[in-house]
Write a protein that binds this ligand. Structure first.
Ligand code: KIV
Length: 277
């Protein structure tokens, strides 16, 4: 491959083949400019339903709709050329039946060009995952803390502690057996994440899990310090863009009030015909 040749976007089977290999890098993303920035650095990009909370100010992901996922999925697709696009299925779009899940997953893939969908749930979603995979829809599963179920989980608690570890392991095994090509493990004890990673044959993608997972994901606006309403323990802020934006906007307001902006370099002269603009 020449130095300038672009790598092709991985397929779900390429992600699956990374089990136990070089860690898989991923982030969530919701807009074209950010997709362009991260494209060369990540293996896959997830248009997460976290978009509802971090961009639309919703209280939880339960309120996110198909329309929102498709709108942001299309925007992200426009910015990607070498990372795989995965789009979250929103709450209420897949739980009713495998047929409902197929209809909505196919709609998301057709509209956005996504290479795969992600859905939340373990053993109880295994039949649906099998139905989708058998019909050509690659599925990334998501177990542990599944934010679409906060109303039954009783909040954003660590999942799989103590006796609950066996059920979480069973969830991860069930989605792997059903044909998922990878599984997100969210907010589970490190030792359990390591055990699941060792025993389950598909890549584990950790968020609040363990550095031993086969890959990692973070919510983009969390790791850039753009979403500051709250910060989970598992979030590392790699930048503080929210603070930078606040300072820039304050400086702009000051410059406008002081009539320092716009400056001579930002305004136009009276252009004579044929003169340089
Ligand atoms: O919606 C989302 O951002 C997610 C990640 C936290 C994995 O599902």
């Amino acid at each position: 491959m020449s130095a300038t040749a672009k790598k092709r976007a991985p397929l779900p089977e390429d992600i699956l083949a990374r089990k136990g290999g070089e860690p898989i890098v991923s982030l969530t993303c919701y807009t074209t400019p950010m997709a362009e920035i991260m494209d060369e650095h990540v293996d896959f990009v997830l248009v997460g339903d976290s978009v509802g909370m971090v961009l639309h100010g919703l209280k939880s992901t339960v309120e996110v709709t198909m329309e929102m996922m498709i709108l942001h999925g299309k925007a992200v697709a426009r910015g990607l050329s070498s990372a795989m696009l995965v789009v979250d299925m929103p709450f209420g779009s897949y739980e009713e039946s495998p047929e409902q899940a197929f209809r909505n997953a196919a709609h998301i893939m057709r509209e956005t060009g996504a290479g795969a969908v992600k859905l939340e749930g373990g053993t109880q979603m295994a039949q649906t995952i099998r139905f989708l995979v058998d019909r050509g829809i690659p599925v990334m599963a998501h177990v542990g803390l599944t934010p679409q179920s906060i109303n039954t989980l009783g909040g954003y608690k660590v999942q799989g502690r103590g006796d609950a570890g066996d059920a979480l392991m069973a969830d991860a095994q069930a989605v792997a057996e059903a044909g998922a090509f990878s599984v997100v493990l969210e907010k589970v004890p490190e030792s359990l994440a390591d055990k699941v990673t060792a025993e389950v044959p598909i890549p584990t993608i950790g968020i609040g899990a363990s550095a031993g997972c086969d890959g990692q994901i973070l919510v983009l606006d969390d790791m850039l310090g753009l979403f500051t309403a709250f910060k989970a323990k598992f979030v590392k802020r790699f930048a503080n863009l929210g603070e930078d934006a606040g300072a820039a906007i304050a400086d702009y307001a000051r410059a406008v009030k002081a009539r320092e902006f716009p400056g001579p370099e930002h305004v136009f002269g009276d252009a004579a015909p044929g003169a340089k603009k």
